[in-house]
Every structure is written in C-alpha cells, then in structure tokens.
Design a binder for this molecule. Sequence first.
Ligand code: BMA
Length: 866
Amino acid sequence: MNHFAFIWLLCTFWVHFSLSAQSNPMIILPIHENWQFHEAGSDDWWPATVPGTVHTDLQANGHIGDPFYRMNERDLQWIDKRDWIYKTTFDVPEHILQKERIIIQFQGLDTYTSISLNDQVLCTTDNFFRSWEVDVKNLIKADSNQLIIHFHSPIKVGLQKLEAHAYGLPAINDQSENGGLGKKKVSVFTRKPGYHYGWDWGPRLVTSGIWKPIQLMAWDELRLQDVFFLQKKVTAQVAELEARLELFSESTQEVKVEIWQQDSLLHQQELPLLPGLNRPALAFAVRQPKRWWTRGLGEPHLYNWEVKIIGNNEQILATEKHKIGLRSIRLVQEKDEKGRSFYFELNGVPVFAKGANYIPNDVFIPRVSDSIYRKVIQSAADANMNMLRVWGGGFYEKDQFYELCDEMGIMVWQDFMFACSMYPGDTTFVENVRQEAIENVKRLRNHASIVLWCGNNEIDLAWAQHNELAGWWWKQRYGPRKRKEIWAAYDTVFHQVLPEVVDIHAPGMSYWPSSPMAGPEEHASNTSTSGDIHYWGVWHGKAPFEDFYKYVGRFMSEYGFQSFPIFESVKKYTLPEDWDIESEVMAHHQRSGIGNLRIRKYMADYYEVPESFENQLYVGQLLQAEGIKMAIEAHRSAMPYCMGSLYWQLNDCWPVASWSGMDYYGQWKAMHYFVKKAFAPVVLIGRQEKRKLILTAVNDHLAPIEGRLLVRIFDFEGQLLGQHGFRQMKQIAANSATELADIKLRKLLKRKDTREIYLEVEFQPTEGDTLRKYLFLEHPGKLNLPTQPTIQTKITKTEKAYQLELQADQLVKNVYLSFPGVNGFFSDNFFDLMPNKRMTILFFPEIELITLQKEQIEVKMLNTID
Ligand code: BMA
C-alpha cells in the first residue's frame, strides 16, 4: 500500500468512527402512551393499548369476555357495527419543535378513520394495508397535543359501499350470517384482512383499531425515504448491485453517500441534490459474495449494510441499516415434453419447495409478540421447510416475519391480499389497491426470502373465465353486462396493476396472477401439467389418501386435511360439559360445514372411530398426519416433475378444528412431527402399487449417494421373519428422486399375515449414517397391535431439558407423551416405538426446569385405544 492510500484509509476510518458516534438526525417520537377509547357518543373513557384492537381493549377493561372462549364470539358481533374513538395527549420536546419538518406517521390503521390533531382535521384513511403520513409542522405545539382517531364501523361503511355498487360479489368465506347481515357480503369492498370476516377455520371478529405504531418524525435538510438494493446479477464471483435511494431534500445541496459493511466502506459517491424528491441509483459490486441459501442447501448469509448520507460539513444527514441476502432467484416456467415446468431456481440450483401455507397467527394481530413469530417460523424451519406461502386472505406480514425468514433460510411465496372473492373495479378501489401494492412491494423488496409475488388465492380458479363449465358457479349467476364488468375489474387488478407494480418496484421478481393457475388462458385442474395446483380431491372430494399419488402436478401449492387440537389445548377454550365433538361449543370451533363428517369418514376408513372424546382427538391427529405424510411423499417422489409441496396450513389464528399442523397455542400436532420427517433432506419412501412394493429415495443434496439397500420383515415382538437384500450397490441421484426397487409383495412376504408384520427398509451409504424407514402394509386400523406392551422409561434431568429413554418389548404404535398440567415441547411425539429399540426423547418444559418424575409421564398409544 502506498503512502497516500494509507493516509486515505486512516482518514476514512477516523471519519467513520468519529461520525458513527453521532445519532441518526431523524428524530422519532413514538405516540403510544396515554391512549383512551370509547364508543362514539358515550361519556366514559377507558384506557387503551396502542397498538391494539377495540376487542382486546374491551376485554382488558372487563367489558367483554375472552372472544375465543367457548361461544363468546357470538355475543360480540355488535362491536363491529359501532364507531369507536381513540384519543391521546402528548407533549413535544423543544428540539423536535425546532426541526424544519415534522410529520406524523400512522403505520397501520384498521381501517376507516377520520383523524384530527388539536381540533384540526388531519386526514381520513380507508386501507388497513397502507400507512399514512401528514405534515404537522404548523399544528404541533409543546404541550398537550390532542390526537383523536375516529374509527368508523367497517360494517356500516361496507353496507353503504355494497348499496352503492348495486349488486353483490361472491365472497364464499365471508360469514355474513354470523355477523347478522344475512346474505350481505361486505368484506370485498374494504381493504382489510379477509379472514376478519370469517373463514372456514376462523371466527368472524371484524376488528377496528390502531394496529401498527404511530410516531412523530422530525428532521432538517433531508430525509432518506427509501433504500432499495437491486440485485442485478449475483453469481459466485460477483454481485452487481444498484442502491436506489429516495432522498427528499429541502434545498439544492451536495451530499456524499456511503455504503458500509460493518467497518469497511463498500461504496461512496458524491451526489448533487435538487429540492424535492431525488432518486439516485448507485452502482456497486461485491466480489466473491457469500450468497444466501435456503435451509438444507447452505447458509442463509446476511450482510449488515448501512447507508449514510453525509452533508458538506461532514455531518450525517441520514442513515439506514439493512440486512441483505445476496442471491439470484427465478421462477422457471419452461416448456417440456409434459407441459411447462414450475420451479424456483436459487443461485442456479433448482430447489424443491418444502413447506406450508401460512395464515395470520391471531385474529388480533397487534398482540402477536416477537417471540410468537420466532416460535412459529422456527417450527417451520425445524420441520425442514424451506418455503412458506403468505396466503392472500390475511395481511402483508410485519417486518419481523420476513426478517426471520431471511435469517432462517425460508423462501416466501407472497400473495397480494385477495382471496376466494371477486372485487370491485371502480377507480377509487383500484387506485387504493395500487398504492397498497406499491407500498408493500417497496417495504418488502429488500428481503432475500421473498421469491414470488402472487396476485390472489383461488380467484382465477373460482371464476374460470376461459372455461364456461368450470369454476365455482360464480359467473353463471350474473347477466352478460355484470359478468363483463366483474371480469374487467379482475383483469385490471391482477393482469395490469399488480404485475406493473412488481415490475416497476421489484424488477426481476416473478409475478404469478393467481394460485392455482395452469397458465394465462388455461384453466387449472387436478391434472394440469403446468402451473401450480391446489389439490382438494382428498378432503373436499372425499377421495382416499392414496389419490395423492394420482394427482401430482408441477407444484402443489395447497392440499390438506383437518384435525382438532389435542385435549390439553381443547381444555383451554372449553368446559368439561363441552367435551363432545358434536357439542355446541366444539361445533362453534369447527368452521368448515363438512369438517366433522369428513374426519369421521376418513377415520372409519383408516382407523376405528374411538369411543371417548379425548381419543377421538388423538386418533384424528394421527389420521391427518398419515394423510399429509402420504401427500408429501407422493410429491417428493415425483421430483423433478413436481418441484413443490406446500400443505394447507401451518398455523391457526384462534383455537379451532382446522387443517393446521400447529394449534393456536403453538402446540405441534402429530402432523407437524410427521412433516418434519417427511421433509428431511434425504428420505426413503415406500408405497404399494399393484401388489408391488415400490421403494424410492429422495435426495435434496447436490451430491449423489451410493449405498446398499436391505429390506427386513419383523413381527410385532421384533422377531426377524425374513429379508430381501440387493447384491448391487444403488445410487440415489443428487437433487432428485430415484426409484430404488420394486419388489413383488407375494415373493417378499411368503404368505405372512400383513396385519402382524412391519418392514424395516435400510439404506447403508458408503459414507455417513444409515437411512431407515419402517413400513406397514395395512392401514393402522387393520393392524393386530399388541394390547399389553411393556414400556420401560427412564427420565434424567439435563441442563435445559429432560431426557426420556423409552424401550418396549412389543411394537407400540404412535406413542403420545405428555406431562399433564406441564406445558412444554417434546423433540418427537406420536412416534412408533419399535420392539426392543431404545428411543431417546427430549422434553423442554415452558417453565424453568421444575422437578418431573417418570410417574408423571402420560403415555397414550394406538394399541390400547378403543
Ligand atoms: C384453500 C385455502 C383457504 C381454505 C382452505 C380450506 O383453498 O385457500 O381458502 O381455508 O382451502 O378449505
């Protein structure tokens, strides 16, 4: 290094360190305190929590009971028909008042409001998904500023809009009857989460409130409004980037922009600014980037970058920090001999998407804590998922959600917020949607995890414009003029506005108009050979689980099966008198009209329907788990034809019977444990087809695996009854599925009773751990399970958990462990304990290590269920 360079470096470091001691010149004053609320027209005021909702505030003040308890929801339908007023007073310190610019920012209001500050009208709002900013420089004062937000009833406004529209629009999940509105579906007229109006897994609780923070923001000279790191090209050698900034300058001025990566300067550039909004784009590159990978493929590396805007006196005018994952991503849709592919290619590698559909974690969104977000997304990661679909009937998630997905290497398929309904197409509505889309695409576009923007959920499928006889019989209800009008509205939003927004504001990002869709003018069906599929033949269509193997598309973005929460969870929202699947209270927490019927039918087919309520819950969870496991195996074994499997649904927004794998309280159902195994990077899969056993291996790793295959037959006491070896070494291809063997069952079994045996399939690779899979050749209900197995248990306290060791003399099917009264997490549950094989399970109690004895463990097993 020459002398000059050394001094330059020294100066750079000195300037950096001395300046970094200064705080960001943008001053932020949160307005969260002293809030009160009441019903419009009443005299009393009660304390309110902000952010929050009117329902949770009413509950906190003792005016209503817990909306999720028993049937309380029914008695709370009056709330959404009233107007609510929130108010606060706040002081503003002198150093803020002196700033050139002062704005108030409402990050999220639910939904129709009129706002005043110090008796002056500030603004009105009409979209849950947008934020609002108002210049308050001339309104704000030092003491006792009064901010009042009037929330207009979303139902009253909705009814007015419905009336003005003149005819209704389909919205099949809008539970208008439960809300006392008869057939009047008002949800589609309001830009607010669809599921608030009810869904087939959700209550109808149409909230109002301040759902995101409110703050004052004050600055002089310049505001850095937005930073977008456009990733133009990312390879192993180089990441070519463009930092696109939005800078609002008060004057003509020269600034310097610096982009720092911790202590090293990545890029700097002088910029002349004009008064008003400036949009400079700064090109820079990162050599040999550490790229962002999904779980299983590599580390989801994130760079910590900071943008600094420096004025001509070397003072910092603005800064912003970002965590950036560098990666190339594309949705590959290429013609092939069967149709058209549909897969995500990350850094040049085709990735099989393993995951689930994600819904909001609560009806009352503001109370979802950071730790709940972490728990839910960690659960997805722990179950070997690499993709979540943020489904269109909820909301564009909070930043925390995407930060966690970035951090854990989980790709996000992001829907725009439209689901299972048709929407109006008037200019005001469409423009509102355009702004909502721009804002959310801009807010989220720096997240490495987002890999796709999708227009909506199931609307293309339901309306079926290109196939008169297909769809959900919506279009046939309207005359030609209305039909045309409704489709034109759809066409405008999903084929013009939204793709344009993605194209302009997140260039290079893929857009898919609707899920599912076969292609632009093709109608999606269960046999589509292009696009994505929502396969509901199992469940809605009553087809057997085995049909999951018949209907495998290029990308399975939905399929599912319901279950109830486990008994410990049910106890939290019911009384003992409710403990019957058909009781009023349990039926109230089952929003799918066909739910109980379906569960019972499938249970009778695959198991036996047990007598007791508690056992029905347990067997119901096994049923769901087995079904979904079969679906995942069907999809993965069709790799690379099929390149994605996202089941419906990861989580719940209240305690309910639903398709979820985790209940509202965060408890993993049997399915989540099964999914974790089914989504493991390398798996063995066995299935019976035409009296043959077909063994397939799936390998998500990028290197092939070589090894030996062995199949052994055991009885339920663990006696070896026979085996089938293979002389030749087998190869499991990289990033693909490989059929390893098909074995004639008659030859393999030699007349053994299939109700009394299981197969142990082993793959012993030349290097690494043996892969093992146990297979049963009958449905669980047909097995002659031992009725009195003896289980030996040992419990040891470790630093953070309890270690349970279990061993049984005979097969114990689907062991469900619990410590009644002690919440906690089991590293595995609902598992088969094979005869004479020791299993070690960890239990992490929610409260600090209390003392647990082995006598406290409760063991449930399929063997003894009647
Ligand atoms: C899918 C989803 C949801 C629904 C689920 C279960 O089609 O998109 O609308 O909750 O089915 O019926």
